[in-house]
Design a protein around this ligand. Sequence first.
Ligand SMILES: Cc1ncc(COP(=O)(O)O)c(C=O)c1O
Length: 408
Amino acid sequence: MMSMSQKNPFSSISKPVLELKGAKTFEYSDMASQLARAGKDVISFGIGQPDFPTPKHIVDEAVNALRSGFTRYVSPPGIPELRQEIARHVSAFTDAVDVKPTETLVTAGAKIAMFFAIATFISPGDEVIIPDPSFYSYAHATCYAGGKPVFLPLLEENGFSMTPEVFQEAITSKTRMVIINSPHNPTGGMLSKSDFKGIMELAKEKGILVASDEIYDHYTYVDGFMSVLDDPDWRDYVIHINSLSKTYAMTGWRLGYLVAREEAIKRFSMFTANTVSCTTSFVQKAGVAALSGPQDFFKKVLTDYQKRRDFMYSELTKIPGISVRKPVGAFFIFPNIKAILEGVKMSTEAFAIRLLKETGIVVLPGPAFPNEAGAGYLRFSYALPIEKIKRGLERFKIDVNAWTEQTA
Ligand SMILES: Cc1ncc(COP(=O)(O)O)c(C=O)c1O
């Protein structure tokens, strides 16, 4: 037993870890699972993951690898076949012509890939320009590294777009990195080609690193997607971050990758060597099958997702108090519910929690991404069958209507 005068050694948390915040996406899905276990009929528009199973040929390859004993440590940056396949895949998918396997690094997902990029290049005091709203871990990792997130508001009236003009205004002598994510979580927006090019040219001129999270690159419903790998002139200051999580429905497998110049890849690889040693060996074999195997299944996935998007959009526009922009990428829709919140006199977060507990509907409150700029918005994932979307929105309408009447 510790005496009163003794200090609890567990209370002296390091400064970087004190900066680290949790993930609301997982908090909400844990709350939802708890309610479902207690018998509540939960419909989740919450965590962002595809609802189709990992394609069979990918699963088979992992099983084969396990059965054949491919279960040992492998090289920290990744197995050569997968690095080769990533280099081939990104060169074919983007306009890049020259990505080499040594310019790739296999990681346990995109999230840790972004963490490596930030932890490697951001020192205390450095500024990182981050769209707002955005995937929460960008800001959290920046604070962990001692950097300062400089948030660029994405405004609904501008289509939640990030323009070169607002980027330019945010640049100071301390700006070290800008993070882009197009298609974008949580708004479902995508940078126009001219904005994309303008941001890239400005970053190049100012010597600012561009860390680009392209995890939704396959989920686009209009033309015009651009990658930071598209122009060879950009290559010296870009870090391309991607993952198999969403495209191949492999969120739980934990498999992603980085593409950057070789010197940077060697640095990132040290994190792997000193922490997990390598990304799970047999999962990497499955990754080779995913990238090199048939890609035609994705056409049907995209057609389905587009139908769900259209349905979700048209149903949401019919709900009084909601205004919404039609997403062009990813599988999220980000309606403005400010009028509803006024009617029920609640904050966005309190509303999302009430919806979960009373209605059994999981949505994420805008401020989970990760600031008050998201207040007044909800993020719905439409990666669920249309029949469930219909049932969920029906319940949403009935309950929210009742709450508004009670409050009035
Ligand atoms: C924009 C964005 N980046 C990264 C991730 C995390 O991806 P991964 O599963 O590859 O770590 C997500 C997951 O939702 C995301 O939406």
